[in-house]
Design a protein around this ligand. Structure first.
Ligand code: 6CS
Length: 339
């Protein structure tokens, strides 16, 4: 009898230990790197995602802001290698890995109205159904794409037409279509990773660059340039993805919890951007009153808009049938939200 009791007690202890062990093994720490600082848009998104994951599971998210693990290309490589579980990398850089992602750099393709733009990101088949397949081929589970704000140029001299960009060495993110686009705008495009931009402007290696308003302010681009020019040609897009082997290896419950956290961070980050562009431009003006900020008129924008067909043709040449399908779907999705 005593033996049976001991065996029973032993097996209960074993089961308890197994359950405890299982729970402990399930509470993982996941690493998430992004291309911006903690208080910039990608960092705000990441903080919200972390908050949601940690509130709804036993998992922990460790955040790695820009600079802590290298440049954008480095964090992408680390994610593909499985060292990181999550990464935020913008198509501006992913375009060299997934050429179709360059569709975001056909000028004047995205709507300038925020409500339309946000609805496009929510509903687009190209973004939510077609891009995930292309990212999967690179070992990445595409979780979401979202806009970060209207892109404006900062330069040393005023820009009112493509002629004003003549001979201007203009930094672009490292993808070939952005090079095409700024060539068509009349500049001398210079692809550089982000970490080199401030220094290159300071030393005169380049004389211009483009970024959304919040980033122009937070990274103090106004200290090394004198003019901001907004021509409405683009909104900065970024993407969050997971290492695909890691994601596929998770249980359905964790996968759903991650997607719900992403969805909630997506809505949060759109709301966060309400009024952000104007507030950032105002803050720049306050920090440097002599900064010239020019929002070009419709007439002044015309010659920039006229380059769109040429850049679109270059995109199709670079990406073939696959890129054309994405572009066609993109346009159909845009049509749907403009109704
Ligand atoms: O221009 C860039 O390279 C950077 N711009 C933004 C808004 N986010 C990250 C990216 O590295």
């Amino acid at each position: 009898m005593a033996n049976i009791k001991m065996v029973l007690a032993g097996s209960i202890l074993c089961s308890a230990a197994t359950i405890a062990g299982m729970t402990a093994a399930q509470a993982d720490t996941w690493r998430y790197a992004f291309e911006e600082a903690l208080e910039e848009v990608q960092g705000k998104f990441a903080q919200k995602f972390k908050e949601e994951v940690e509130a709804n599971s036993d998992h922990e998210i460790q955040l790695f802001p820009f600079g802590t693990l290298g440049e954008s290309d480095n964090i992408m490589e680390q994610t593909q290698a499985g060292i990181l579980q999550f990464v935020d990398q913008s198509p501006g850089f992913t375009g060299s890995l997934i050429p179709e992602a360059q569709v975001f750099f056909v000028p004047y393709l995205l709507p300038q109205d925020n409500e339309q733009l946000f609805e496009f990101f929510r509903t687009s088949k190209a973004i939510n159904e077609m891009f995930p397949e292309l990212y999967a081929q690179q070992g990445l589970e595409l979780l979401t794409m979202f806009p970060e704000g209207e892109v404006c140029m900062t330069t040393q001299e005023p820009v009112h037409s493509p002629e004003d960009l003549n001979e201007v060495k203009f930094r672009v993110m490292t993808n070939p279509l952005l090079v095409e686009s700024y060539e068509a705008f009349g500049a001398v495009p210079t692809p550089l990773p982000w970490g080199e931009v401030y220094g290159a402007l300071q030393t005169g290696i380049i004389q211009g660059q483009e970024n959304p308003g919040f980033f122009l302010e937070s990274t103090k681009m106004y200290e090394v340039t004198d003019v901001i020019t907004c021509i409405g040609h683009n909104n900065f897009t970024t993407a969050v993805m997971a290492n695909k082997d890691f994601f596929d290896g998770l249980g359905e419950e964790d996968q759903q919890m991650i997607q719900a956290a992403i969805d909630s961070a997506f809505e949060y980050i759109l709301e966060y951007q309400d009024g952000l562009q104007q507030a950032s431009l105002d803050a720049i003006k306050e920090a440097k009153p002599e900064m010239e900020i020019n929002i070009l008129s419709d007439d002044e924008r015309q010659p920039f808009m006229a380059t769109a067909d040429q850049v679109e043709a270059a995109y199709i040449e670079m990406t073939g049938d696959s890129g054309k399908k994405i572009l066609d779907q993109f346009k159909a999705d845009l049509d749907a939200v403009s109704q």
